[in-house]
Design a protein around this ligand. Structure first.
Ligand code: HAM
Length: 423
């Protein structure tokens, strides 16, 4: 039997899951601060949703989807991203009939069959936000600000926001033609992927990472001079609002993103410390997606961030900023095994009072129990021994202050609470 997990997946064991929990709690709080509510959507969808939503010329749809046929011969796909599923749910539940905008967030696993390396996995986790129903450039600026402020709040430095506009179906075709004219003479020099992209979606050649393709596009015409008036104004307002929020950005005319649904604003947050997989989050506006998926014309914008990458960056830079709560606040120790039952009953009282507590289950000596409590960062240890049972009291040891006192049994819970509250 194969005893290692499938390539590109990873286990999150308890000492690491505490960090995940901490980061996820921060993400939820931040999303809720900006008025977003959580949606929980299926892990798999009909394959057609991603073909239409994400776009069948994209790398994701062409090469990276985990697609399978179920027993009813339906083609299903493990979701490679969350935006298409949100669009599907928005349409299916006729959420467009409610007061707009609709502001949703999600956290969960995504699946892409790609070559695994540091920061790139086949099962990874995204936190994403999607705002449907408004074209207001202030929504673009707000969504971008959430991404930037999350990273700031986690104490991660040197993040670089890259910003671009990819225009709309009115102005992009003209630019596409112009770009194609520019690229065609170099067609033979492009990498295999870009040769295929050239006719399907030449804009994607702009963000190819191979050295030679980057050289070819060095002097490419930029979309900015082809933008229609409305797209131009929209972009100006997004930039102006971001500047007012004091959110720094780098204008990046090569940022086109790897999914087909984008219109107008496109952005990515890069953390150079992460090396080859530097994009910790990315997103943009997708004003045609809901219609493409069969709903009424509805604008939208959002982003998703990769939690593994966020964690890698946070671990490299900011571990001091984290306040991970210990697994136990109180440890109940016994001087002798015969007081075990008393320890269980006291433990029950402490837990019922809403305090995280535990005891030994391996017959450790008192000294070893104290060591175990210290290792688990218990703030307090209650010791039960012969004298304590006789006098109906406990020894309460404060592991931080390195002090101890006798406390009557009737007062133990209140005393524990008063110390924990001040810590
Ligand atoms: P994306 O750029 O494909 O956009 O992914 C967003 C983030 O997910 C990336 O910046 C990266 O941090 C993380 N990510 C992507 N693939 C992997 C992988 N194989 N391993 C680890 N992390 C990965 C989207 O998914 C869009 N749905 C974002 C969006 C939302 N646009 C509008 N709304």
């Amino acid at each position: 039997m194969e005893i290692s997990g499938p390539r590109g997946t990873h286990d999150i064991l308890p000492d690491e899951s505490a960090l995940w929990y901490y980061i996820e709690t921060n993400l939820r709080q931040m999303a809720e601060l900006y008025g977003y509510s959580e949606v929980r959507l299926p892990i798999f969808e009909h394959t057609e949703l991603f073909e239409r939503g994400v776009g069948d010329s994209t790398d994701i749809v062409q090469k990276e989807m985990y697609t399978f046929e179920d027993r009813g011969k339906r083609s299903l796909t493990l979701r490679p991203e969350g935006t298409a599923s949100c669009a599907r749910a928005f349409i299916e539940h006729k959420v467009y009939n409610q007061a707009q905008p609709t502001k949703w967030y999600y956290i969960g696993p995504m699946f892409r069959y790609d070559r695994p390396q540091a920061g790139r996995y086949r099962q990874f986790h995204q936190f994403g936000v999607e705002a449907f129903g408004s074209q207001d450039p202030n929504v673009d600026a707000e969504v971008i600000a959430i991404l930037v402020r999350i990273v700031e709040k986690l104490g991660i430095k040197n993040a670089e926001l890259h910003l671009n506009t990819v225009g709309c179906p009115d102005c992009r075709p003209l630019y596409r033609e112009r770009l194609l004219q520019y690229l065609t003479p170099f067609a033979g020099e492009l990498c295999n992927d870009c040769q295929q992209r050239l006719n399907k979606n030449p804009l994607r050649v702009l963000d190819c990472k191979t050295t030679h393709c980057r050289e070819v596009v060095k002097d490419h015409p930029t979309l900015h001079s082809y933008l229609c008036e409305r797209c131009g104004q929209h972009f100006e307002q997004v930039k102006s609002m971001l500047s007012s929020y004091k959110v720094d950005f780098v204008l990046d005319s090569q940022l086109v993103r790897g999914l087909d649904y984008y219109t107008r604003t496109a952005f990515e947050l890069l953390i150079p410390d992460l090396g080859a997989q530097a994009a910790v989050g990315g997103g943009g506006r997708y004003d045609g997606l809901i219609e493409e998926c069969g709903g009424p014309p509805t604008p939208g914008i959002g982003f998703a961030m990769g939690l593994e990458r966020l964690l890698l960056a946070a671990r490299k830079q900011a571990s001091q900023a984290w306040k991970i709560p210990p697994v136990m606040e109180v440890f109940v120790a016994v001087a002798d095994k015969e007081y075990d039952r008393d320890a269980c009953l006291l433990l029950d009282r402490i837990r019922q009072a809403g305090i995280k507590a535990d005891k030994d289950y391996l017959d450790r000596s008192l000294k070893a129990q104290m060591k175990y409590a210290g290792k688990n960062e218990a703030r307090l240890v209650v010791v039960i021994g012969e004298d304590e049972i006789k006098n109906d009291c406990y020894i309460l040891r404060d592991m931080k202050a390195k002090e101890q006192q006798d406390v009557p049994s009737s007062q133990i819970i209140d005393r524990i609470k008063s110390i924990l509250v001040t810590s």
